[in-house]
Design a protein around this ligand. Structure first.
Ligand SMILES: C[S@@+](CC[C@H](N)C(=O)[O-])C[C@H]1O[C@@H](n2cnc3c(N)ncnc32)[C@H](O)[C@@H]1O
Length: 510
């Protein structure tokens, strides 16, 4: 091809042909070009643009079939799709096919059987080291994936939980109508491909929706695992296209080079690992990346549920809110004014996942508990550029409720409160304890139901999904000096209402 022949000619010719024909082979384009160009050159130029031009590409022998796609619309789940997903979440597990792919990856990396005793010992060691660096604070917290075994340890221990927890979020987003039938997705800090693998798994239980997945990852060892696992797993669903990960430090990435019109941007367990960046700088990074988001796109940030990471995530999202990136969930701002709670520790919980065969085999040792990781607890935020929020409350109905920012004025008095449920049950057999928030609290507020007062009038709280809105009538306010927090003590005359308790919900806080 003449170097002077511009990409523009190829693009405009493609647009012309794709308007004329519903379906054609990419090689046919050469007949319309003024100058010679190889099929590979044409493919290279067009490949990043095809999705936005509303076409799908299917590899066929040495050529590519181009098919005009149906326009993207809001994804609405059919009864059948809901049934399949509820069944899956009833006993969520990594599929046998994916377990096997991970085992094969271990075999590829070690040239030994995945359950070779020496290999298992090395994976155990990698898990112990990774856990130690996870829980260390400050400069000693240096999580690296430079060594092959650290990725194998991650796949064995952290991966299964992160893989399932993202599917819970994705399912909730699908039910809320946040997903589209055709989506461009960017996964930042992909690791071995947890999010793309979770997407493929979930799409397997959905109708024929299209997705194109991009990712950014820092370490070669992770990219290698990604390149082994993701394309093979995605092959089960031809409607998902996976792009080769961009090997880069996201903090130094030229954002202009990322694709435009991203529908879903995911930061799963990554922002807390980015070194040498303050929280303000991380917020600046997310804000600048949001420029690549489509107008109705979503950003999902997930972090571990421990106090440090969880409270940092809340601070980050409040910073982003001030910068104009809005929070869809789980926080609901029921009143005007800014959230000023310095340490908001809030996370969702779901039912334990099933162990994988690899986890069980690793646990066949003196300290089995060190290698079993099945509980799902995570902090997350869904952010958007528009004003859409998960819950909207009619202002006129709010007058009979007290704002939690004013709670100190009501100490030892009975009040009515409208708020979101911001935790699972944090209590014990003597009382049930739930964090609640209305977006104005200056101090943490908990609703406490002593077990002898648990009744039909208030048990709805124990079933209310994380982030959902409840109304509490006639509840006693008590300042808790030891914790510098407030308790809303549920008594015999207290009534709790929830509009959001759904018997089919898969939320499980126990
Ligand atoms: C805990 S893993 C999470 C992987 C995956 N997102 C998940 O949820 O399982 C964190 C990932 O972020 C990557 N990462 C850390 N700092 C990064 C940076 N500055 N740029 C790109 N990736 C980074 C790490 O290499 C690692 O793969």
């Amino acid at each position: 091809m003449n170097p002077l022949m511009s990409d523009r000619e190829i693009i405009s010719t493609f647009k012309y042909v794709s308007r004329m024909k519903q379906e054609f082979m990419l090689s046919e384009l050469r007949d319309y070009l003024k100058e010679e160009a190889s099929l590979q050159q044409i493919h290279q130029i067009l490949s990043p643009l095809l999705f936005d031009m509303g076409t799908d590409i299917i590899t066929e022998n040495d050529d590519y079939r181009i098919v005009r796609a149906s326009p993207s619309r809001q994804m609405t789940l059919s009864e059948e799709e809901i049934k399949k997903n509820e069944k899956f979440f009833g006993s969520a597990a990594v599929s046998r096919k994916l377990e096997r792919l991970i085992e094969q990856y271990i075999e590829k990396k070690t040239s030994k059987s995945w359950d070779d005793p020496q290999t298992l010992d090395k994976i155990r060691k990698a898990i112990r080291m990774q856990k130690a660096s996870y829980w260390s604070e400050g400069s000693s917290r240096n999580i690296s994936y430079e060594k092959g075994y650290s990725v194998l340890g991650y796949l064995a221990y952290q991966f299964p939980v992160y893989f399932i927890q993202f599917q819970y979020l994705l399912y909730e987003m699908a039910k809320d109508g946040l997903l589209k039938t055709r989506m461009k997705i960017l996964d930042v800090g992909s690791g071995p491909g947890t999010i793309p693998l979770a997407l493929v798994d979930m799409y397997n239980r959905l109708d024929d929706h299209k997705a194109e997945i991009y990712s950014v990852e820092l370490f070669d060892e992770n990219v290698e695992a990604y390149n082994f696992l993701v394309p093979q797993y995605a092959a089960i669903k031809s409607n998902i296209t996976v792009k080769e990960p961009i090997r880069a430090d996201v903090s130094k990435l030229d954002i202009k080079k990322l694709p435009d019109n991203i529908d879903l941007m995911v930061f799963s367990n990554v922002l807390n690992e980015i070194k040498d960046m303050s929280l303000e700088e991380k917020a600046g990074l997310v804000k600048s990346m949001a420029e690549k988001l489509s107008q109705d796109g979503n950003i999902v940030i997930i972090e571990p549920a421990d106090k440090t990471n969880s409270t940092e995530l809340r601070r980050l999202t409040i910073m982003l809110k001030k910068m104009g990136v809005r929070i869809y969930s789980p926080c609901t701002f029921l009143w005007s004014g800014e959230c000023s709670l310095e340490n908001c520790w809030s996370f969702g919980q779901k039912k334990d996942i099933k162990t994988t065969r690899l986890m069980e085999t690793l646990a066949q040792c003196d300290e089995p508990y060190r290698y079993i990781n099945t509980d799902i607890k995570y902090s997350y935020a869904i952010l958007r550029k528009d004003k859409l929020a998960k819950h909207f409350i009619d202002m006129s109905a709010k007058s009979k409720f007290a704002r939690l920012s004013q709670i100190e004025k009501h100490n030892k008095k009975r009040i009515n409160v409208i708020c979101s449920v911001m935790s699972g049950d944090l209590g014990d057999e003597k009382y049930k304890l739930f964090r609640v928030c209305d977006g104005t609290s200056k101090k943490a507020v908990y609703t406490v139901i002593p077990s002898h007062n648990l009744s039909e009038d208030n048990e709805v709280l124990t079933k209310a999904p994380y982030g959902s809105i409840i109304k509490i009538f006639n509840v006693l306010v008590k300042y808790n000096e030891a914790n510098d927090s407030y308790n809303l003590l549920v008594g015999k005359g207290t009534i709790i209402e929830s509009q959001y308790v759904d018997e089919n919900e898969t939320d499980d806080y126990n």
